[in-house]
Design a binder for this molecule. Sequence first.
Ligand SMILES: Nc1ncnc2c1ncn2[C@@H]1O[C@H](COP(=O)(O)OP(=O)(O)OP(=O)(O)O)[C@@H](O)[C@H]1O
Ligand SMILES: O=P(O)(O)OC[C@H]1O[C@H](OP(=O)(O)OP(=O)(O)O)[C@H](O)[C@@H]1O
Length: 211
Amino acid sequence: MEDILKVAMPKGRIYKQAAKMFTQAGLPIPEDLEEGRRLIIPVPGAKMEFILAKPVDVPTYVEYGVADIGVVGKDVLMEENRNVYELLDLGIARCRMSVIGLPDWKQVINPRVATKYPNVASQYFREQGQQVEVIKLNGSIELAPLIGLADRIVDMVETGQTLKENGLVEQEEIFQITSRLIANRVSYRMKNDSIQRLCDMLQAVLPTAQR
Ligand SMILES: Nc1ncnc2c1ncn2[C@@H]1O[C@H](COP(=O)(O)OP(=O)(O)OP(=O)(O)O)[C@@H](O)[C@H]1O
Ligand SMILES: O=P(O)(O)OC[C@H]1O[C@H](OP(=O)(O)OP(=O)(O)O)[C@H](O)[C@@H]1O
């Protein structure tokens, strides 16, 4: 008998959309699961176990093999740069990573850039040939240029509402973001049948453009 497949699911924004997709694919998991306090949810019927994790920790669990697969935003994958396989673009939680500033922003020498994604920001400005000082923050990044902490920020934009309400403008798009299905490298070989089956089931419910 093949082992249980351990799946790391991110709490928060992605969870409901991912749970909906798994359910559509024939793997019913409750959409309100993360409203409780249980962190490990067995689904014996599907030979799966779901681990509810902080989004940024999903690639860590998968790299270390405590989860065989996981669902995570491309933003986190780019920032964490973990040794995992990226199997599928799920097309959910769509947004983009951008450089943002005040409308009257002017280029200065060695500007300060605030972000939750220091690796992504450093790499982007390095590739642009611009020297910047990156300041790591953990949330409400849009505050930084408003209160004089940073000249610009690197953050996610979805509807643009946060920028609008804070008088900021999107200056450069860095990359598009969607959530991805990732796998541990050893699990991918050892549990290939069940991982492949899951991929096929999810693929069947993806929007046509993603298949
Ligand atoms: N505004 C947004 N629109 C669409 N997707 C988003 C948006 N913000 C974040 N995401 C996606 O959802 C993922 C998880 O975001 P979420 O806000 O739930 O977690 P988080 O930023 O790690 O928050 P926390 O620190 O509160 O746990 C992000 O990594 C990104 O891929
Ligand atoms: O373009 P919008 O639709 O307004 O979405 C973008 C906002 O969503 C995310 O913030 P989140 O809600 O995760 O809060 P945070 O500031 O604590 O990261 C992101 O960091 C932006 O602030």
